[in-house]
Design a protein around this ligand. Structure first.
Ligand code: HMG
Ligand code: MG
Length: 314
């Protein structure tokens, strides 16, 4: 370790030179908090994340407020952060109604969220898998007509709490359906954190074989079993350059009880800096942001890097 509290950069062969971090703490993180965070604190969180150098910050969701009460203030929050210079602020929309709400506020990037399994489609969207794809089709078409960027999430890519193992062909089918609708990028969700690196490589290879190129694929790992960084490294080796992560390791999913926090952005940045991979993120500022957010939430961050670097300051 260097004196500044950053890892020494030692590149490894065959990895990308730059990675785009898709920060999901304000959405995936806060949607799962038992207490609802005040809107002004959420806005401050987003501003601090931007100050730390994150340029893609998923801000909130335009979902039904009864389904996710923690994000019921989307209309109030979005305008508070919409003017942040150089920052992309994707938002989740589950249907036409959600898209109307997002477009009314000028959101430039939207994300629909599908499931690789029937059980989670039902639990999360109150629809069968095919019904949910039928709901997304006109949403994606309209968003594209309006010139918006569209991300398509696929949850439960590596395992499902109700169904167990998820056949890769099923995941690929949903990925291809989202691409055929016009999604610009995909995010492969390991919603309950059960993936391991070989499984990740196998899915990425099968997607390529089925015509889905790696440059439209991001990865979204939850860290339930401590595998998120290992899985990320495998994805990097395969050429993935969009990695989802959540500041401080906040997160989960209210409709998948076994989901815990996402890969912590700080743990990711520590590894990427050590590999000499550019992210544009100031790790110490990010740690300070997550330490501040942990104070607001009244409990310590689960991120090992946040803990290590916060201790160092004391
Ligand atoms: P539903 O109850 O079937 O809704 O819920 P509906 O279509 O039957 O409509 C019922 C009422 O809700 C209607 O109002 C609609 O207008 C209203 P009424 O006519 O009765 O007065 N409504 C809405 N209101 C506001 N905003 C909307 C909206 N839609 C309908 N967008 C629905 C279906 C999809 C709405 C619901 O299931 C829902 O909101 N689900 C969201 C669940 C969610 O946000 N989960 C977490 C995000 S996914 C995730 O975390 C995984 C991820 O991180 C990746 C990974 O880790 O795998 C992305
Ligand atoms: Mg998630």
């Amino acid at each position: 370790m260097t004196v500044e509290g950053l890892p020494m950069a030692v590149p490894a062969a065959g990895l990308p030179a730059r990675v785009r971090i898709h920060e999901v703490g304000a959405r995936d993180g806060l949607q799962n908090e038992s207490a609802t965070v005040p809107t002004e604190i959420k806005a401050e969180f987003v501003r601090r994340l931007a100050d730390a150098g994150l340029t893609t910050i998923e801000a909130t969701s335009f979902v039904h407020p009864k389904w996710v009460p923690q994000l019921a203030d989307a209309e109030q929050l979005f305008p508070l952060v919409a003017g942040l210079e150089g920052v992309r602020l994707p938002v989740l929309v589950p249907n036409d109604r959600g898209l109307d709400r997002a477009l009314a506020l000028g959101a430039r990037r939207i994300a629909v969220f599908a499931s690789a399994t029937e059980s989670f489609a039902k639990a999360n969207l109150n629809r069968t898998l095919d019904e949910s794809l039928a709901v997304f089709e006109p949403v994606v078409a309209r968003a594209k007509d309006e010139g918006r960027h569209v991300r398509g999430y696929v949850s439960m890519c590596f395992g499902d709490p109700w169904e167990g193992a998820v056949p890769l062909r099923q995941v690929v089918r949903v990925c291809k359906a989202l691409r055929d609708m016009g999604c610009d990028e995909l995010s492969l969700g390991d919603t309950i954190g059960v993936a391991t690196p070989g499984h990740v490589l196998e899915l990425l290879s099968l997607l390529n074989a089925e015509g889905v190129p790696t440059n439209v694929v991001g990865v979204h790992f939850h860290d339930t079993y401590g595998q998120a960084l290992a899985n990320t490294y495998a994805a990097l080796q395969h050429g993935v350059t969009t990695i989802d992560a959540s500041a401080g390791g906040l997160g989960g999913c209210p409709y998948a009880k076994s989901a815990t926090g996402n890969l912590a952005t700080e743990d990711l940045v520590w590894m990427l800096q050590g590999l000499g991979i550019d992210t544009g993120v100031d790790l110490n500022r990010l740690v300070a942001t997550s330490a501040w957010m942990a104070e607001q939430l009244g409990r310590p961050s689960p991120s090992r890097t946040v803990r290590a670097l916060s201790h160092k300051e004391q």
